[in-house]
Design a protein around this ligand. Structure first.
Ligand code: NAD
Length: 320
């Protein structure tokens, strides 16, 4: 039985990744600085550890009878645009510490396959209708925020350790991911969860707030598609970063309209000032397509799976 270490297992994407690895027959240890808030994690073992500390990275990797076959490193201090735009120092410090220490500890432990979760935030801002950027177009670099700069640096840490230690490092640049069992309130939630919450909280005939003018373009990737891409990339021979994301590009207004439609409520949209991020996103997926991966869940279907979960959280919170 293969053994996998999942770093960030108390978080949204890793909660789903642990389920995926269990379904593939792995023995799984999850580690995080906190427990998962929304799901009973099916990991075989779970350890509360602060991966900013090298000794705690070593503890995460220590296992009887040898070493882990695969390490999935997704732990990060992160959130949506609201969080990213004000917590610059926390993001730069905490995430560099996690990635430098965890990559080094994994290489020292002789780990063969190491996955790292980067982001399309490594790319510059784009114009609407601009041709897609390839992975190589991340340099010369001009990320829109410090979160993107940290991801770019940590990618390079991974690539350096791959060269020097022969560790098979696999790097994915995720587009916006959404789905059930992720942060939906508190300031760290991302746009799909925030919009689902606002719709769930608003009575028919009312209006929901949307930051900016709603024209920013994104491709939202459903979490089941993303974890399938993570798994395929980790097993592959692809040595350079690969974009993973949906091909369905929509405006933030279209995202909000989709959620409103799925809710069945008659609601309006009010545009207000708030951090918006880049104007547009569009990337080639040729590299990840080499693994046979393709996004399979439309935004409409993904929101149909996500909205009822957020709605239930809102109703449970209201009844407390
Ligand atoms: P998340 O916040 O739900 O999960 C991250 C987890 O890391 C959290 O549970 C958090 O407690 C944990 N963590 C933070 N600091 C830690 C520490 N010092 N030690 C141990 N654990 C720590 O976020 P997510 O959406 O699941 O994202 C997972 C990864 O994917 C992150 O690296 C993120 O940057 C990347 N990513 C996510 C998206 C997205 O749309 N969600 C897009 C691009 C990249």
């Amino acid at each position: 039985m293969k053994r996998a270490l999942v770093c960030g297992a108390g978080g949204f994407i890793c909660g789903h990744l642990v389920k995926k690895l269990k379904s593939e027959g792995y023995w799984v240890r999850g580690v995080d600085i906190k427990c998962h808030e929304f799901t009973e994690l099916p990991a075989d073992e779970f350890m509360l550890l602060d991966l900013r500390e090298k000794e705690q990275c070593d503890q995460a990797l220590a296992i009887e009878g040898g070493k882990f076959d695969e390490v999935y490193q997704l732990a990060a201090d992160m959130g949506g645009m609201g969080f990213i735009s004000f917590a610059e120092c926390e993001i730069m410090r905490n995430n560099v510490l996690i990635n430098v220490n965890m990559t080094h500890a994994a290489a020292q432990a002789g780990i063969e396959r190491y996955f790292y979760s980067s982001s399309v935030c490594v790319y510059r801002d784009m114009e609407r209708d601009e041709p897609p950027l390839t992975e190589e177009n991340a340099v010369p670099a001009q990320p829109d925020n410090e979160y993107g700069w940290e991801k770019l640096y940590s990618e390079r840490v991974g690539l350096a350790y791959a060269r020097q230690f022969g560790m098979k490092v696999r790097i994915a640049r995720f587009q916006n991911c959404y789905g059930p069992e992720g942060t939906w309130i508190g300031g760290r939630e991302k746009a799909p969860a925030a919009i689902c919450r606002k719709v769930a909280e608003t009575d028919a005939g009312g209006k929901i707030d949307v930051w900016g003018d709603g024209s920013a373009i994104r491709a939202f990737t459903y979490v089941d598609d993303l974890v399938d891409g993570i798994y395929r990339l980790t097993q592959s021979d692809i040595e350079h970063p690969a974009n993973i994301g949906s091909e369905e590009h929509v405006t933030v207004t279209q995202l909000a309209e989709t959620v409103i439609k799925v809710s069945g409520k008659d609601l309006g949209i009010e545009y207000i000032d708030g951090p918006v991020g880049v104007h547009s996103r569009n990337f080639t997926k040729d590299r990840i397509h080499q693994t046979g991966w393709k996004a399979s869940i439309s935004l409409d279907e993904g929101i149909r799976r996500t909205y009822p979960w957020v709605d239930e959280q809102v109703r449970n919170a209201a009844s407390c």
